[in-house]
Design a protein around this ligand. Structure first.
Ligand code: MSP
Length: 521
């Protein structure tokens, strides 16, 4: 294959409960990056899935009176359906109960045990069921998990450990030498200062107090700790197996980008690279750490009743509006927030009044003044320099997308649309249309606007795919490609445009909030 490959993954959410919009943000973000890379002609492999094992799932299944296998399979289906509803174009959906995955986890465990990278010892400490994490005495202030603040359980038992000391120096060196291994970079410092520099403890990777997990086949009283099991998904999703080579694995590993939330970075930046070193496999090229989406300013939680789900949102807003909203709402450096009021405001301000209004008014004028076909016009640079501004916006957009700052990339699209709206207001094509002598100026302005709209729709494609397609059709074009944005003027004159439609109608905020309120109560 001649095109460059790009292997991108999401974390695999626990199949314990239906994922909320925060978990769903991650797949939307990853999907937008994957689509962007495809448009840059990368041969993309995009994997996601569900983390089906662990004590929490076993307990929830018991409460529901079903087997953990049935319980987790049902939730995995729900996860998959939400991912599909959100128009996420993944290639592989892996489940940690998949036979190939289970077999590979067992093989890997045995191999590392035989190599001396895993040993059996005694474990004494604290365990947080919710986070499936072990903590030491010093880490649990007043019996609470340092991660989620829930109560932890005292645990003492024989267990298997990952012997990390042999690999710590290499990992420190790797992080120091690869400045973009973890982005945003301040997270690399956090990993270094909070975990690596103080020294790592050997990592407990087995449990015996419950059974819903991958059995350690040579010691079947134990199951593999859920995090070790889950991390291995990144290679088994490509068909990795120690016995049989997988073409897909050879083609796509190492991962180009693991997308993870900030709370699970330490597993991805420490444990996962160490496991890969132990296996003699190359490390992922980059880990993108995203922030959290909060409801207003608080953490979404079942107990406070402020959990927002993507499928519920889709009753009130289009899928593309949800995608657009969450990607815009989440900056790279701090948490983002979601509220129904701000979704409505984004729909009205950015989609209806800015992008939608621009497309509708320009297409209406082309319909009215140019017989519904793209007018013929050479690009002449005038005081507005729409061509230069559009090319500049595309360049900045690409820089933002390459740096995975999607919120900023969206701002570039919105700025361009705003500029074009201003261009319409100031050049007043409707006034020019009254004067036969201004025909060439009118054609030039409408051509520039239609061409800028083509750029806007192409840039919007990774973020809001169906909407972008509709906008592109409005200006009579069909195919998206970044190559076609190398110069301004690609739109074919003489091509009939689609009859202008309202792409986004304005939402009546109080009516919509009432509908949502009635649904939620
Ligand atoms: N199963 C593990 C991941 C294993 S990957 C080898 C897990 N699952 S999770 O369901 O708890 O979280 C899945 C992802 O959702 C994580 O990246 C987590 O950071 C992310 N989020 C959880 N709550 C979130 C928000 N409120 N906002 C954004 N992302 C959030 O951890």
């Amino acid at each position: 294959m001649d095109s460059k490959k790009f292997y991108i993954t999401t974390s695999i959410p626990y199949a314990s409960r239906k994922p909320h919009i925060g978990n769903t943000y991650e797949i939307i973000l990853t999907d937008a990056i994957a689509r962007f890379k495809k448009m840059q002609n990368f041969d993309v492999c995009f994997c996601t899935g569900a983390d089906e094992h662990g004590q929490k799932i076993e307990e929830l299944a018991k409460k529901s009176g079903v087997s953990p296998a049935k319980y987790s399979a049902e939730i995995s289906n729900i996860i998959k359906n939400i991912w599909e509803l959100m128009d996420c174009s993944y290639d592989v959906f892996i489940k940690t109960t998949d036979v190939n995955h289970v077999e590979a986890v067992q093989q890997i465990f045995k191999k590392l045990y035989n190599n001396g990278d895993i040993y059996k010892g005694a474990y004494e400490g604290w365990y947080c069921v919710a986070c499936e994490s072990f903590w030491t005495n010093s880490q649990v202030g007043e019996g609470r998990c340092p991660e989620c603040q829930r109560e932890v359980q005292k645990t003492k038992e024989e267990a298997y450990f990952l012997k990390v000391d042999r690999y710590t120096d290499r990992l420190i060196q790797h992080i120091n030498e690869n400045k973009n291994f973890i982005v945003p970079n301040f997270y690399a410092e956090e990993i270094m200062n909070n975990f690596l520099k103080p020294g790592l403890q050997d990592f407990c990777i087995s449990r015996s107090s419950f059974s819903w997990g991958v059995k350690i086949d040579f010691d079947p009283e134990y199951v593999v700790y859920v995090w070790l099991d889950a991390l291995i998904n990144y290679i088994t999703a490509l068909g990795f197996n120690l016995n049989t080579p997988s073409e897909k694995f050879n083609r796509f590993w190492p991962a180009d980008l693991h997308v993870v939330g900030k709370d699970i970075l330490r597993f991805h930046a420490i444990i996962w690279p160490i496991i890969l070193m132990m296996l003699g496999l190359p490390l992922p090229k980059q880990i993108l750490v995203h922030q959290w989406l909060l409801y207003k300013s608080g953490k979404m939680s079942k107990t406070t009743g402020n959990v927002v789900y993507a499928d519920d949102l889709s009753r009130f807003f289009s899928v593309d509006a949800i995608r657009f909203y969450v990607l815009k709402a989440m900056p790279m450096s701090h948490d983002g927030s979601i509220s129904y009021e701000s979704i409505i405001s984004t729909c009205n301000t950015d989609l209806a009044n800015n992008i939608g209004n621009l497309t509708k008014r320009v297409c209406d004028m082309i319909y009215k003044y140019c017989d519904g076909v793209i007018p013929n016009s050479e690009y002449v640079k005038d005081e507005y320099d729409v061509g230069g501004v559009t090319l500049g916006a595309f360049k900045k957009y690409c820089e933002c997308m390459e740096g995975y700052d999607l919120s900023e990339a969206i701002m570039q699209i919105l700025n361009l649309a705003r500029y074009c709206n201003k261009y319409v207001d100031e050049t007043m094509p409707w006034a020019l249309a009254k004067d036969e002598n201004s025909k060439s100026a009118l054609n030039r302005i409408l051509y520039n606007l239609a061409e800028a709209i083509r750029f806007i729709s192409t840039m919007l494609f990774p973020i809001a795919p169906s909407t972008a397609k509709n906008i592109l059709k409005q200006v009579g074009a069909e195919n998206f490609s970044f190559e076609s944005l190398n110069s301004f003027g690609g739109l074919q004159p003489g091509v009939a445009i689609k009859k202008p439609e309202v792409l986004f109608s304005r939402i009546d905020a109080s009516k919509k909030l009432e509908e949502i309120y009635n649904f939620n109560s």
